[in-house]
Design a protein around this ligand. Structure first.
Ligand SMILES: [Fe+2]
Length: 141
């Protein structure tokens, strides 16, 4: 299922919105790559990209929150820690599975479960539960 950008995802800061769009696009690419599991290279590539983009985005967001003295920045940083740990665990699982020559039914189920979790829960927790609170606090660049 392709996720489309939606106005309710906007936090009212153009750079953060652009970074969120990049996360969303990378997750869509990851889902597309999973449709062709016989070629594990794109799957692994987009997984690594998502992990790296997310870590860079969280640090950038935290720096901007400090700049604008965002009142909920500690709560947001705690949320980032949880999301980081989850994404790193998933990235490590995907790496391990992609090292195998032939993927079992169980491996495929694990990949689908992980990618679906990232798209439906992980991203939505970040965008709608945590970051939507930034609206009105962040100014714009
Ligand atoms: Fe964010």
């Amino acid at each position: 299922m392709t996720i489309k950008w939606d106005a309710r995802f906007s936090v009212g800061h153009s750079t953060i919105d652009t970074e969120h769009k990049l996360l969303l696009t990378t997750i869509n690419a990851l889902e597309m790559a999973l449709r062709h599991p016989e070629d594990k290279e794109p799957l692994l590539f987009f997984m690594e990209q998502l992990h790296d983009f997310a870590m860079a985005h969280f640090r950038h967001e935290e720096a901007l929150q400090l700049k604008f003295l965002y009142p909920f920045r500690e709560e947001n940083a705690t949320g980032h820690e949880v999301l980081e740990a989850e994404l790193t665990q998933i990235r490590d699982d995907v790496r391990k599975i992609c090292k195998k020559t032939i993927l079992s039914t169980e491996d495929m189920a694990t990949l689908h479960k992980h990618i679906s979790y990232i798209a439906k829960d992980w991203l939505m927790v970040h965008l709608l539960k945590e970051d939507s609170k930034m609206k009105g606090f962040m100014g714009d660049e």
